[in-house]
Design a binder for this molecule. Structure first.
Ligand code: DHE
Length: 515
């Protein structure tokens, strides 16, 4: 206990942390066997949840409960203290990244063939958030090939090499894991940052890029997760730095495209060896005399936009970035006014070319595109209004707003099905419902339900004949539906299956799946 200014005795939270927590979560709270406990890492956890975990532990992990060793007052003090910034800002530089790399060389004489008998292009990788495992499913027989433990709190879609053999997973704590789907083993791991958003794999399989919140960096690796270089997420004048919203691979452009949470820029980083030298500024602003000519290869090409983009998406040709800026939280009461702004940026001319007429909180990252009525449309769930917005991508005008039973997070379809599926997982009353939209009529035609449970995140088989959805519960399941009549075919028990990813749909960049 320590004396405070007001004369009360308060538990010494920093001391309690070093005594009870540091061994697993790191002396500087950056993580170890347990996850990082920095304010940035805890942003998504409610205060009561943190108290509950310290008191009672977390099932399916090595986190024990501390109710026998610590008083409720001490637990409260600890829970509050881990939300305060560290006295010295945590460091994660190139040397730390390099030192964190773990590499498992291939066993001698390892054959370059799958160790199982299934269609390697119709596999599903299922991320099970309940106990931090991944299941590999045969997408023809709907049977598990293997199940393995991975890093705590994976987030974002795993990314595949173009041959479909290797997959890269990213965790919120910054770990990237390269896994060999054919030989069923971890190949390499590296910690790219302390708090990471997502990873992207170049379409030629040579590079992996990680987008970080903490530190404000992008990290570029080769295909075996050796660090190539980091990029500081800074404005051109170096004055402001930013968290990175996300990075995606823009295959037809041979480049990575990046947006930022705090600075109004979009970056394009080309991995094309023949990339033209670039001027690190704006095309419409371009003056030869001021040009900073640099080799274009792995250089940063910036587009300045009106506002930072929190969430973004592309057209199928990757000429346009469709981005949304979420309303900032009110500093006094933490509320949002539920308004976003959305824009279309042309990556060739590197500037905004249109506003997107989307109110509420469009979740563009989960959008899909498809042909409709002689044009191509974008359909995107909306976390604010709960509607699905359909936009004509020729003129960026709204075509239809479809009312859902509640706000949803994910939307999916496939070239071979006339239907798109979306969830309402953000709604208390409708989280158990998947809504099915006919892409021809733009009408809702059916719903499937798991009463009282959370049902979300659909992915199709390679041929589009079956839709797999997550029963998003600790004792959950992946449910397989016939995609033509929406009847259940099979259910495979899983521990809170978060997302599932079909190798073929991902490497072929199906228009109905995420990028
Ligand atoms: Fe995600 C993908 C951002 C909260 C589950 N999420 C993504 C991507 C981004 C993103 C930028 C695309 C990365 C990729 O696939 O390469 N997510 C955000 C947020 O900003 C947000 C709202 C707040 C946050 O703190 O991160 C957020 N996301 C969540 C969740 O709460 C979810 C539901 C549960 C979880 O596990 O964290 C969640 N996000 C997912 C999933 C994907 C994802 C399953 C991959 C979707 C896909 O089908 O590709």
């Amino acid at each position: 206990m320590i004396d405070t200014n007001d004369g009360t005795l308060q538990p010494h939270a920093a001391g309690l942390y070093q005594q009870h927590c540091a061994v697993c979560h790191g002396v500087d709270r950056t993580g170890g066997m347990g996850p990082a406990l920095l304010p940035e890492s805890l942003e998504r956890s409610r205060p009561n949840e943190v108290l509950r975990v310290i008191t009672g532990g977390r099932t399916a992990t090595q986190m024990p409960g501390f109710s026998a060793q610590l008083s409720p007052q001490e637990i409260k003090a600890l829970a509050a203290w881990i939300r305060t910034p560290s006295a010295t800002p945590p460091r994660w530089n190139d040397a730390d990244i390099t030192a964190s790399r773990i590499f498992h060389p291939a066993p001698r004489d390892e054959p370059a063939t799958p160790a199982w008998n299934a269609d390697p292009m119709n596999l599903f990788v299922v991320v099970e958030g309940g106990d931090h495992h991944v299941s590999l499913l045969d997408g023809d027989r709907f049977e598990a090939i293997t199940r393995f433990a991975l890093r705590y709190a994976l987030h974002g879609g795993p990314k595949f090499t173009p041959d479909g053999r290797y997959v890269f997973f990213g965790s919120r704590d910054g770990w990237i894991t390269k896994y060999d789907l054919w030989r069923l083993r971890v190949v390499a791991e590296v910690r790219a940052g302390l708090n990471m958003r997502n990873v992207a794999v170049s379409s030629d399989g040579r590079f992996v890029m990680a987008a970080n919140y903490l530190p404000h960096t992008l990290a570029l690796f080769d295909g075996d997760l050796n660090l190539v270089r980091t990029y500081e997420a800074r404005t051109r004048d170096g004055k402001a730095s930013s968290r990175v919203s996300a990075v995606y691979d823009a295959a037809p452009r041979n480049s990575f495209v990046v947006a930022f949470k705090d600075i109004p820029e979009i970056w394009e980083i080309s991995y094309d060896l023949k990339a033209e030298p670039i001027h690190d500024g704006l095309v419409h602003d371009y003056k030869m005399s001021e040009a900073i000519a640099r080799p274009g290869y792995l250089g940063v090409r910036r587009a300045l936009v009106d506002e930072p983009l929190d969430d973004f998406f592309f057209d199928q040709g990757y000429r346009h970035v469709l981005g949304a800026t979420r309303a900032k939280r009110d500093e006094a009461d933490g509320s949002r006014n539920n308004q976003a702004t959305a824009q279309v940026v042309n990556l060739d001319v590197r500037r905004k070319i249109a506003d997107l007429p989307l109110a509420g909180m469009p979740h563009l990252g989960s959008g899909i595109t498809f042909a409709w009525n002689g044009t191509t449309v974008l359909a995107s769930p909306n976390l604010g209004t709960g509607d699905v917005d359909v936009i004509d991508m020729k003129n960026w005008k709204p075509v239809r707003t479809l009312h859902m039973p509640g706000p949803g997070f994910f939307m999916r379809s496939h070239e071979n099905t006339p239907y798109a599926w979306t969830d309402s997982m953000m709604s208390k009353s409708a989280k158990d419902t998947l809504t099915i939209i006919d892409k021809r009529s733009l009408e809702v035609v059916a719903q499937v339900k798991e009463p009282g449970k959370t049902l979300a995140h659909v992915e199709f088989t390679r041929d589009g004949k079956y839709a797999l959805a997550s029963l998003w519960e600790m004792d959950g399941a992946v449910i397989v539906y016939d995609a033509s009549n929406f009847k259940e075919i099979k259910r495979l028990p899983m521990s809170k299956p978060v997302g599932k990813y079909n190798v073929w749909n991902k490497i072929m960049r199906s228009e109905g799946t995420s990028h």
